[in-house]
Design a protein around this ligand. Structure first.
Ligand code: FAD
Ligand code: MG
Length: 320
C-alpha cells in the first residue's frame, strides 16, 4: 500500500461499457497501456463487429474449422466447459438468440415463438468442436454463433490485473462495467458499491474486499419493455427467453474475475435456494443475491464484509 493515499481515476469507453481504472500513482502512460490491452482483447473477442477471431469462427459455421490464437482458444475451451456443467444456464453457443433478440442494442424485439424454437436448435455447446493440436474451433451447423459476452469481461479483468502486477503495481482496481478486479489492499480494503436495481447510481450496500474480484449481473442494465413486460439480456438456454425468476441481480466475489463472470450466469439459472446449496461445496466462490422482494442473501461472507446502506432491504445469511 503506497504512503501517498491519493487515488487517481482513469476512464474510457470500450466494449460498449464504461471502463474505470484506479491507481495510487499518477501515471497516464500506464493507464493508456491498460486501455490498449483491453482494446486488443476486444478486437480478438468481440461479436459486435464484422471481424474478430470469434467472428471468423462464426462466419465459418457449418463450413470449416478456424485456427485462433492460444488465449482465444483457451477462453472458448473454458466457456464450453462452463456450458456443459450439470444444470448450467451458461451457454457459449447462445449467439443466434442474442443476435435475434438484440437486447441492449438498436432494433430489439420479441421474436415469434417458432423463430426461437428454430434458433434453439443452433445452440448446442457440443456442436462447438475444439481441436487442441491445431488450436482451431469449428461450429458444426450453419447459423451457429459463439457469444462470449458472459465471460470475456471477467477474463480481460484478470489479464489487466496480471499486467499491472507485472508492471510492479501493488494496489489498483479495474472496473469493466460490472466486472471489478482488485489488486492489493488499500487501508481497510477496497469498497465496492452494490447497485440498487432500476435506481440509477443509488446503492443497496457496500462490500469491502482485498485481492478479490466482484462481478455483478442484473436484469436492470440491459433490457427493454414490450406490452408491459420486461425482457432482459440473460437468456435461458433451455427456453430461449430471458431467465425469469426471483432475482434482480447476482454478485459473485471470487479470486478470479472469469469465475465471477461464469458463476453470475450459473447462479442466475439456479436461483437463491439451489445456488446457495451448490456454493456450499465451493468456499472460493461467494454470492450475493438481490431478490425482487428486496432481500439480500449472502451465500457466505468469508472473503468480504457487507454493509447495508438502504433500509428498504433485509440481509439474510444462507441457510444452506
Ligand atoms: P453477463 O450476465 O455476464 O452476460 C450477459 C451477456 O452474455 C448477454 O448480453 C449476452 O451477450 C450473453 N448471454 C446471454 N445469455 C447467456 C447465457 N445463457 N449464457 C452465456 N451467455 C449469455 N456492448 C455494446 O453495447 N456495444 C459493443 O460494441 C460491445 N462490445 C463488446 C465487446 C466485447 C469483447 C465484450 C466482452 C462485450 C461487448 N459488449 C458491447 C457488451 C456485451 O454485449 C454484453 O452486454 C456484456 O458483455 C454483458 O456483460 P454483463 O456482465 O452485463 O452480463
Ligand atoms: Mg457473466
Amino acid at each position: 500500500m503506497p504512503d501517498d493515499n491519493r487515488l487517481y481515476s482513469y476512464s474510457a469507453v470500450l466494449m460498449g461499457s464504461p471502463i474505470l481504472l484506479k491507481l495510487f500513482t499518477h501515471d497516464d502512460a500506464l493507464a493508456s497501456r491498460v486501455f490498449r490491452l483491453i482494446k486488443q482483447y476486444e478486437n480478438l473477442l468481440t461479436v459486435n463487429r464484422a471481424q474478430s477471431q470469434v467472428m471468423d469462427i462464426n462466419h465459418a459455421a457449418g463450413k470449416h474449422p478456424v485456427a485462433v490464437s492460444r488465449p482465444v482458444f483457451e477462453l472458448i475451451r473454458c466457456a464450453k466447459a462452463a456450458s456443459q456443467c450439470k444444470d448450467s444456464a451458461f451457454n457459449l453457443a447462445i449467439g443466434p438468440l442474442v443476435k435475434r433478440w438484440k437486447i441492449g442494442f438498436h432494433g430489439d424485439s420479441v421474436p415469434p415463438a417458432n423463430d426461437i424454437a428454430a434458433l434453439l436448435r443452433l445452440t448446442d455447446p457440443a456442436d462447438v468442436v475444439l481441436d487442441e493440436a491445431h488450436c482451431s474451433v469449428m461450429l458444426l451447423k450453419p447459423g451457429m454463433a459463439i457469444d462470449l459476452g458472459a465471460i470475456a469481461k471477467g477474463y480481460i479483468a484478470d489479464r489487466v490485473r496480471d499486467f499491472l502486477r507485472q508492471e510492479g503495481t501493488e494496489c489498483a482496481l479495474i472496473n469493466l462495467g460490472g466486472n471489478i478486479q482488485t489488486l492489493g489492499s488499500p487501508h481497510g480494503g477496497w469498497s465496492v458499491g452494490l447497485k440498487k436495481p432500476f435506481a440509477g447510481d443509488e446503492l443497496i450496500g457496500a462490500l469491502t474486499v482485498e485481492n478479490r474480484s466482484v462481478v455483478t449481473s442484473g436484469i436492470y442494465e440491459r433490457y427493454f419493455e414490450h406490452n408491459g413486460k420486461r425482457y432482459h439480456h440473460i437468456l435461458d438456454p433451455r427456453s430461449g427467453y430471458p431467465l425469469d425468476n426471483e432475482l434482480d441481480s447476482v454478485t459473485i466475489v471470487s479470486k478470479e474475475s472469469i469465475d465471477g463472470d461464469i458463476w453470475t450466469t450459473l447462479m442466475y439459472g439456479m436461483g437463491v435456494e439451489k445456488g446457495c446449496a451448490v456454493l456450499h461445496a465451493r468456499p472460493d466462490i461467494e454470492a450475493i443475491f438481490v431478490t425482487k422482494t428486496k432481500e439480500v442473501v449472502l451465500s457466505s461472507a468469508r472473503h468480504f464484509r457487507f454493509t447495508l446502506l438502504d433500509n428498504c432491504y433485509r440481509v439474510t445469511d444462507s441457510i444452506a
